[in-house]
Design a protein around this ligand. Structure first.
Ligand SMILES: [Zn+2]
Length: 137
């Protein structure tokens, strides 16, 4: 069910942003989904479409564009940034598969490619975000 909660959160954030920009009717919301965000994209799309059906004119005509965002990791020791794809490439198939379900597995198998530190964090590409909104003013 968390796809529905995410869809609701995205829509309410989009509405808030639209109000700031004095948009009278939203026509397009571009949403970014991070590589490390665990989400069923079909359910998420479905949730978005279902939620706007019950909304007023402000949201009814909105179209969604969903972009997948690459995830990057950042070393806390040397500040080096590398892509999550590179991490997955180096893993064997079983580990790569489990990372798809539990991104935290990446932390067990990963070191900073530059300084070998185990102290790193997810720098980008986790979560769902609004990239842009468009509408009629
Ligand atoms: Zn490092």
């Amino acid at each position: 069910m968390h796809e529905w909660a995410l869809a609701e959160a995205v829509l309410s954030a989009a509405i808030e942003e639209a109000q700031k920009q004095k948009i009278k009717r939203l026509t397009k919301i571009t949403i970014g989904i991070g590589e490390l965000q665990q989400i069923e994209q079909d359910i998420f799309n479905f949730a978005l479409e279902e939620i706007i059906k019950s909304q007023n004119d402000f949201l009814k005509k909105v179209k969604f564009s969903i972009k997948n965002e690459k995830s990057t990791l950042k070393c806390n020791s040397c500040n080096y940034i590398w892509s999550f794809k590179d991490v997955v490439k180096k893993l064997n198939e079983d580990d790569a598969e489990s990372i798809h379900f539990i991104p935290e597995v990446a932390f067990v198998h990963t070191r900073c490619p530059k300084c070998n530190s185990l102290d790193f964090e997810i720098n980008s590409g986790r979560g769902v975000s609004i990239i842009s909104i468009e509408g009629e003013k």
